[in-house]
Write a protein of this length. Structure first.
Length: 284
């Protein structure tokens, strides 16, 4: 089962995405994204897959999933044929949100916590952390950011976590592929709007272009241009939400040089035109 790359949507006022899911059947396939993720399961139970680590999840449990680790939460329907009510809170944030603080001595333990996360952690869901997760939904802007830092600090200082597994348990070739894809995705997430060539991308991973194209097709099912386009559309979405620039100008700012192609790709990926997307997500 190959994981798919999920695009995490944030609005112009927040770098931290908070979602609450209430449903009778979990239907999210194996996926990954560059953002770190904190998950609190208020209700429900089932199977948990993080990288190559398989386990279980249940009501009252909390998990930290590092960015780019493929993961899957699935309920018991496929095994038992019975629907189970599920209520889950998900908090997602980019590492760059706190990256500028990582060199500070105050963040030493936080840095170690994230760097040593491997496939992720099971977090002790204390009443304080559960209240924090629920409050996060109501806060915006700086208040949401401060609460996130307080929650991470509480977990780290109180050592309220246990490792779920290390990615190094994978076969060596699979682990190398995972690290390569993680490095490429982080680079594209930051610089997709630039004029990036296949040669530059392959050099980044210390591969020749033929091996690189074969690697990318095997790991993502996409060509380099398709993979790059995914990130450019993501950047266009950000500009549509956070600026009042004309759509054609955003097309060029996102790295496209053909508006017609941009409109086609945007609608295919997002399911709506750029104008409707801006209207839905409330651009500036």
């Amino acid at each position: 089962m190959k994981p798919f790359l999920e695009r995490v949507e944030t609005d112009s006022a927040n770098s931290i995405r908070v979602q609450r899911y209430e449903q009778t059947m979990i239907e999210v396939p194996l996926h990954f994204h560059p953002e770190h993720e904190l998950v609190y399961v208020q209700k429900g139970h089932g199977r948990l897959l993080l990288g190559d680590v398989e386990g279980r999840f249940g009501a009252g449990e909390m998990f930290f999933i590092p960015g780019s680790v493929p993961h899957l939460f699935s309920d018991e329907f496929m095994r038992t044929g019975k629907h189970v009510a599920t209520k889950v809170f998900v908090i997602q944030f980019k590492e760059s949100l706190i990256g500028n603080f990582m060199s500070l001595p105050e963040f030493g333990r936080v840095r170690s916590f994230i760097e040593s996360a491997g496939a992720g952690y099971r977090i002790q869901a204390t009443p304080t952390l559960v209240r924090g997760v629920r409050r996060m939904e109501l806060l915006r802007g700086l208040a949401r950011f401060i609460l996130l830092i307080e929650m991470i600090n509480d977990v780290v200082e109180g050592r309220r976590y246990e490792p779920l597994g290390v990615l190094g348990n994978k076969p060596l070739n699979n682990h190398i592929a995972f690290l390569r894809l993680k490095k490429l995705n982080a680079f594209l997430n930051e610089y997709a709007e630039n004029d990036i060539t296949i040669r530059e991308a392959s050099d980044l991973l210390n591969m020749n272009t033929t091996s690189f194209c074969r690697f990318l097709r095997r790991e993502t099912g996409k060509t380099f241009s398709e993979h790059l386009c995914f990130y450019r559309i993501n950047h266009a979405c950000k500009l549509l939400r956070e600026t009042d620039k004309p759509v054609v100008e955003i097309c060029y700012d996102a790295g496209f040089n053909n508006p017609s192609y941009f409109f086609r790709r945007f609608k295919k990926q997002m399911g709506k035109s750029p104008a409707l997307y801006r209207q839905h997500y409330g651009g500036v």
